[in-house]
Design a protein around this ligand. Structure first.
Ligand code: AMP
Length: 313
């Protein structure tokens, strides 16, 4: 297998974020779905990042990604402002209000993928306009797994193009509220079934601090959220989740059940690390050893012996 065949492609926002949480405020923090995803995935496997920034972007703050082997050749610089997003989190940290979304140079972003990027084995279309996701999808032909993320904004405003993307991919990642919104089904198991019927083999429902539910055919796998004593900033946790999950899948190089379920637990671990600091702050020096330790802790959190097995002793 060549390295491009075992690598990951992510296409999405590279943004500046203005974030208010109960623990504080930070403005102009580097972020965006593609940055949070790459920060996590690059701990495991080579990543090609495709995105766009404006003139003012502090590119030096992404050096940690390059140092971790992220290929930034697909990160274009255009004249204008970078994508900028601002949000305020509620006291429970699971819900937030968007204060502003200024699309800037991302508005007419139509990337033509390099040969390496288009031959990546694992492809993640981060949260973005479904017409952009479709434009990228048209250039992908060899991937073993193509996933897309989305959010309420596109479900309410661009449902038809979004459903078209969903019909063409293998996996969708979305949160519980979004799963209910897109399906019109309030029961999460029913919502996941409905989404699977639209095309994706796999549905990953993120449940914030409560972990995630992964649906594959009739199979369901549940992973707990890591119990953090303090959440500083959950921005990007969903993208880091996807990055951790994709990273582990790429490292294993397979989609068999045991591996993909372990990838969901790695996703929970990476999502929790992201919450420990503003922006990708905690990710900069995060090591794979720390990730492995947290994954062990997560596994131990739910390990039990059933009554019948105790009786076997
Ligand atoms: P998450 O907390 O996982 O939902 O991801 C938040 C990140 O996504 C932030 O860094 C934002 O810059 C970025 N973001 C917010 N809104 C959008 C949007 N409409 N499209 C693409 N990226 C977004």
């Amino acid at each position: 297998m060549t390295s491009s065949e075992s690598s990951i492609l992510v296409v999405g926002t590279v943004a500046l974020d203005d974030i208010q949480t109960p623990s504080g405020r930070a403005d102009g923090v580097v972020g965006g779905a593609a940055v949070h995803f790459s920060a996590a995935a690059s701990l495991f496997a080579p990543v090609h990042l495709v995105g766009v920034i404006g003139d003012e972007y502090p590119i030096e703050e992404l050096v940690f990604l390059r140092d971790r082997g992220v290929d930034l050749a697909g990160l274009q610089k255009k004249s204008g402002n970078s994508f900028r997003w601002g949000g305020t989190y509620h006291a429970d940290m699971n819900t937030r209000d968007t204060n502003h979304t200024e699309v800037g140079v991302f508005a007419d972003f139509q990337p033509v993928l390099s040969e390496e990027a288009r031959s990546a084995r694992w492809v993640f279309l981060a949260n973005a306009d479904p017409t952009l996701q479709s434009f990228v999808l048209d250039q992908i032909d060899e991937a073993e797994l193509v996933a897309c993320d989305t959010m309420n904004y596109w479900i309410s405003g661009s449902l038809d193009p979004l459903m078209d993307v969903i019909s063409r991919i293998d996996m969708i990642t979305l949160n519980d509220e979004e799963a209910r919104q897109i399906s019109g089904v309030s029961n999460l198991v029913g919502a996941a079934k409905w989404i699977q019927e639209q095309g994706p083999r796999y549905v990953l429902i993120k449940k914030g601090e409560h972990g995630a539910a992964f649906f594959s055919g009739d199979d369901i796998f549940l992973a707990p959220g890591y119990p953090l004593m303090e959440v500083k900033d959950p921005t990007g946790a969903g993208d880091a989740f996807a990055g951790g999950m994709f990273g582990q899948i790429a490292r294993l190089g397979s989609l068999e059940r045991e591996g993909i379920c372990s990838a969901v637990v790695y996703g929970c671990a990476l999502g929790s690390f992201t919450c420990e600091a503003f922006g990708p702050g905690r990710m900069v020096n995060l090591t794979l050893e720390e990730v492995e330790e947290r994954v062990e802790e997560l596994v131990d959190l739910t390990r039990v012996k059933t009554a019948s097995r105790m009786g076997e002793r």
